[in-house]
Design a protein around this ligand. Structure first.
Ligand code: HSE
Length: 429
């Protein structure tokens, strides 16, 4: 074993960074044996240097992250500060000064992954980011390496623990969205500002990363259709139950049937209780990958939290250090397929539409005609009338999102349709 240590700079020492430092210390011997050289924490960049950080030598702590990544003797920079800047500038500077990078930064990778990969390649360094998607769950490496010989057609999953916790609460207790969110906040699952999670931005960033790797195509955050889950109601869950379904916030990346394009989207959807994703409870994540040769694979586990995320960071650190010792680099960006990313209107799926209508002769026929005129075939209709008004639930066969949007716009124009109470896609069948 080499005795000269590989030097690691840690950018950020919050929930994840402090766990990375702790595991680097407590597992030092095992890490050295697995890598073939010791790894040394050479510096820790933080915002608040006065904060006491157990187990971290105060002499290593600095507020000057730029100077740390420019030192020239750093082998690997671990970036766990998140956000776009200064993370992007620091990672680019790290490559320019000879370091490889391990990052957990989904927002940055989803927005600027191509440029960062190019910078890594230009300088002959690695960029690894297993921790950016679904915490501890191995997904990036299986897609980049284990499935490199297969053809992935679909990635479907729950990639945000906060929203899964909220939806699971609504499902199991009948609570409304706000009540379930309040509980998630009180228990520390939801942040004080939960927007990134509940509006689907976090999941959309992860979907962009997964789609890019799965389909060997550049997919940016802007390419991902996104709907949050703040409008999901207790009534939606009641409807889902009547259909033998539950509701999950799903990230869905698909290759079109003709193979010529891909789509990526995040939105709440009904899935049958018999689908394995329906039984993913609490803050857990799970991702289904469907490939030509492998068939269906499912990856499950804790998608967030200091220790699980640090596990993924440490796995990358070991891989990057091994590459470094071998004078090699691991897989870089693979975007050779360059498939177009189609808009949401091209997505084909099933829909559950709940309408408030007048309960009088001819209304059902009028509504059915609108569906027919837009080429959307109805699978089931359920009606419940009360005092001259009725609620009408229509479940469609597979149709394009554009046809469904046209149908709903036309339904809203009918005098007899008082309102469209909810529209939800039905997946996993
Ligand atoms: N906020 C995310 C979640 C974890 O709730 O899953 C970090 O991506």
């Amino acid at each position: 074993m080499r005795t000269r240590p590989l030097k690691v700079a840690l950018l950020g020492c919050g929930v994840v960074g402090s766990e990375v430092a702790r595991i680097m210390t407590t597992h030092a011997d095992d890490l050295a044996a697995r890598i073939g050289a010791p790894v040394e924490l050479a510096g820790v960049a933080v915002r608040r240097p006065s904060k006491v950080r157990e187990g971290i030598d105060p002499n290593l702590v600095t507020t000057d992250a730029t100077a740390l990544v420019k030192r020239g003797d750093i082998d690997v920079v671990v970036e766990v500060i998140g956000g776009i800047e200064p993370a992007r500038a620091l990672i680019t500077t790290a490559f320019e000064h000879g370091a490889s990078v391990v990052s957990a930064n989904k927002a940055l990778l989803a927005q600027d992954g191509a440029a960062l990969h190019a910078a890594a390649e230009e300088h002959g360094r690695d960029l690894y980011y297993e921790a950016a998607v679904a915490g501890a769950i191995p997904l990036i490496r299986p897609l980049r390496e284990s499935l490199a010989g297969d053809k992935v057609n679909r990635v479907l999953g729950i990639v945000n623990g906060t929203t899964n916790f909220i939806l699971d609460k609504m499902d199991s207790t009948g609570a409304g969205y706000q009540e379930a969110l309040d509980e998630a906040t009180a228990l520390g699952y939801a942040e004080a500002d939960p927007t990134a999670d509940v509006e689907g931005f976090d999941a959309a960033a992860k979907a962009a990363i997964l789609a890019g790797i799965a389909f060997h195509t550049r997919v940016r955050l802007d390419d991902v259709y996104r709907e949050g889950m703040t409008e999901v109601t207790a009534a939606d869950f009641a409807s889902a139950k009547e259909m033998g379904c539950t509701i999950k916030l799903l990230a869905i990346c698909e290759r079109a049937a003709d193979g010529g394009s891909v789509t990526a989207r995040v939105h709440p959807a009904m899935i049958p209780l018999s689908h394995p994703l329906a039984s993913v409870r609490g803050a857990y994540n799970a991702v289904f990958v469907e490939s030509d040769a492998s068939g269906q694979l499912m990856f499950y586990g804790p998608g967030a939290g200091g220790s699980p995320t640090a596990s993924a960071v440490l796995g990358d650190l070991v891989a990057v250090c091994r590459n470094r010792l071998n004078g090699a680099t691991g897989p870089g960006e693979s975007a050779y397929a360059a498939l177009p990313v189609s808009p949401m209107g091209d997505v084909v799926t099933r829909y559950h539409i709940s309408l408030d209508v007048a309960d009088k002769p001819g209304v059902l026929a009028q509504v059915a005609t609108v569906f027919a005129e837009h080429g959307v075939s109805i699978d089931t209709v359920r009606q419940q009338g009360k005092d001259g008004e009725a609620s009408l639930v229509v479940v469609t066969h597979r149709a394009s999102d554009a046809s469904l949007t046209g149908t709903v716009a036309a339904l809203r124009k009918l005098d007899t349709v008082r309102g469209v109470a909810s529209i939800m896609r039905v997946e996993g069948e």
